[in-house]
Write a protein that binds this ligand. Structure first.
Ligand SMILES: [Zn+2]
Length: 146
C-alpha cells in the first residue's frame, strides 16, 4: 500500500480554509500545484478557483479554459497538478461522486468540512477502489507563491 505524504505550508492551509469559509454555503474549490517524488507530494502553489457548478451547494466544477491555462503555466515552472481541494457540506471524506472523479484525476484530494464547528481538512489518494488517507505535514516556512 502506498501512503502518500503531502507537504503544505501553514499559509496555504489558512488560505484554503479562508476560501472555504468565504464560499459558504457553496463548495469551494482550488487546484494545487507542485512536485511529486516517490510518495512525497510537495505543494508549492495554491490556485483558488471559482466553482462553476450550477449546483455549487453540493458539487464543484472549474472552467476547463482556466484549468488548461494553469496547467500550461505549471508545466513551464516544472510543476504539475498534484492535488484538488474542495469543501463539503458533509464530513471531510470523499463522496461517491468524488470517488468517481478521483479515478479520472488520480491526484491527492483535499476535502474540507466545517461540520464539526471548525474547519477540518483531510487528504486522500485512491488506492484500488477506495480512498486512503494521506499524511499531511504542515510546514511553517512560507515557500509558496501567493
Ligand atoms: Zn466532494
Amino acid at each position: 500500500m502506498m501512503q502518500y505524504e503531502l507537504q503544505i505550508s501553514s499559509t496555504d492551509l489558512t488560505r484554503l480554509q479562508d476560501h472555504a469559509e468565504r464560499m459558504l454555503p457553496d463548495e469551494a474549490v482550488a487546484l494545487l500545484f507542485g512536485t511529486i517524488s516517490g510518495i512525497s507530494v510537495h505543494l508549492t502553489r495554491v490556485e483558488l478557483m471559482e466553482n462553476t457548478s450550477t449546483t455549487a451547494h453540493t458539487s464543484f466544477s472549474v472552467s476547463p479554459e482556466v484549468e488548461y491555462t494553469l496547467l500550461v503555466e505549471a508545466e513551464k515552472r516544472g510543476e504539475s497538478l498534484v492535488g484538488i481541494f474542495h469543501s463539503h457540506p458533509a464530513p471531510p471524506r470523499p463522496s461517491q461522486s468524488d470517488l468517481r472523479n478521483m479515478r479520472f484525476n488520480p491526484v491527492v484530494w483535499l476535502v474540507a468540512s466545517k461540520l464539526a464547528g471548525s474547519w477540518i481538512i483531510k487528504g486522500y489518494a485512491l488506492e484500488g477502489n477506495g480512498p486512503v488517507e494521506v499524511v499531511m505535514h504542515v510546514v511553517k516556512s512560507r515557500d509558496s507563491i501567493p
